[in-house]
Write a protein that binds this ligand. Structure first.
Ligand code: NAD
Length: 353
């Protein structure tokens, strides 16, 4: 076995249907007395429910989280936290809401308690992102890692099916890249393989019944593992491409992950054969890239960049951007091969596997 470094993620996870009821105890455990509750406008009702569970420990609600954490929203939330004398932030929602909590913690070091309702996985990472003047800046900072995460599958019953599929593929992407990460290790590889298996296996029963609580639990369990992988090791080509496409062309987050993943895996296949075998095994397939493509297609998810708003004349710039920034990846980045990858993804044809 090759030498490795393993660094555990120092967060507490409370998992299970109905676990939201443990919120009071968990807040007490953090020693917090005045929690600011965060959500998107669409999930304001969930924020109200959280505030009522907190009772006297709720300082207020800020239900203005939006995608990619604009600096104006981050400032407004920070000011609200200071005005209310908050000593903790409770974020209920997807990656956008968790991201807003992180923006507050980055400046104030307030502890975050996250209650995820998608499979994006941000709650398990020390990675923050803030968008200023159209440019998304990201960084790693231990202060932004949520101290406690409550995973209650009941809160995911309302996640629309289309988003369920793309969000689960977003999770699978974290795990797939974690297996071939240059700083990977055997524990992360185990979590990644199991995370991919659980996330993919949940989709079929959820297709039949999006309110299947047992399948929702499996999907959220998978998301936890995949998020832990994302927070533990460095990401490669796939995440870089998604960051470029999302940031420079404003494409929707989970959908762009869904479209790009099969093509990024095909690009890396020859340089990471063991990792590909693990991904394929987790999906019950033979070829990792093809198995991911088929999984997305069979569940009605988008498979082309064209269908999610990518302009055809942006492909050259995207290839330039991806090839110009050095980052760790099993196969060296060649501009011509990346341009061909992007064309296939744009057209929605199967990966070159
Ligand atoms: P999101 O948080 O933007 O949510 C999308 C929409 O779905 C919102 O309107 C939200 O209110 C709604 N929603 C969420 N859960 C729901 C539920 N259970 N029922 C009904 N509606 C629900 O989407 P996302 O994909 O979770 O997050 C994307 C954002 O997270 C991006 O900005 C991305 O960059 C960021 N992200 C960051 C990290 C990290 O480690 N920093 C990791 C993953 C994603």
């Amino acid at each position: 076995m090759a030498p490795f470094v393993y660094q555990a993620t120092p967060s507490r996870v409370v998992f299970g249907p109905g676990s939201l009821e443990q919120l009071g105890e968990e807040i007490e455990r953090l020693g917090a007395r005045r929690a600011l509750v965060l959500s998107t406008p669409e999930q304001a009702e969930s924020a109200e429910r959280v505030a009522s569970l907190l009772g006297g420990r709720a300082a207020g609600i800020f239900a203005k989280a939006v995608m990619h954490v604009p600096i104006e929203t981050a400032r407004a939330a920070r000011e609200e936290a200071a005005r209310l004398g908050a000593d903790c932030a409770v974020a209920i929602g997807g990656g956008s809401t968790t991201g807003l909590g992180k923006a507050i913690a980055l400046e104030s070091a307030l502890p975050i308690l996250a209650i995820p309702t998608t499979y994006a996985g941000s709650e398990m990472t020390p990675v923050w992102g803030i968008t200023e003047a159209g440019v998304k800046k990201t960084g790693r900072d231990a202060r932004v890692l949520p101290r406690t995460v409550i995973y209650d599958p009941q809160l995911t019953l309302t996640l629309p099916y289309a988003m369920t599929v793309t969000s689960a593929l977003n999770a699978i992407a974290h795990a797939a890249e974690g297996i071939y990460a240059h700083d990977g290790n055997p524990v992360v590889a185990l979590m990644a393989e199991e995370g991919i298996r659980a996330s993919a296996a949940a989709l079929r029963p959820l297709n039949a019944d999006p309110r299947d609580l047992s399948a929702r639990s499996d999907a959220l369990y998978g998301a936890w593992l995949c998020g832990t992988v994302l927070g533990s090791v460095a990401m490669g080509l796939h995440h870089k491409l998604c960051h470029t496409l999302g940031g420079s062309f404003n494409l929707p987050h989970a959908e762009v992950h869904t479209v790009i993943l099969p093509h990024a895996l095909a690009y890396n296949a020859s340089a990471a054969s063991e990792a590909m075998a693990r991904v394929a095994r987790a999906l019950g397939g033979v070829n990792a890239a093809r198995a991911v493509f088929d999984l997305a297609k069979s569940h009605g998810a988008p498979t082309s960049l064209q269908s999610i708003g990518m302009p055809a004349d942006g492909l050259d710039r995207a290839a330039d951007l991806a090839a110009s920034t050095p980052y760790p990846n099993p196969r060296p980045l060649e501009r011509g091969a990346l341009r061909a990858l992007l064309q296939r993804a744009y057209d929605g044809v199967p990966p070159d596997a």
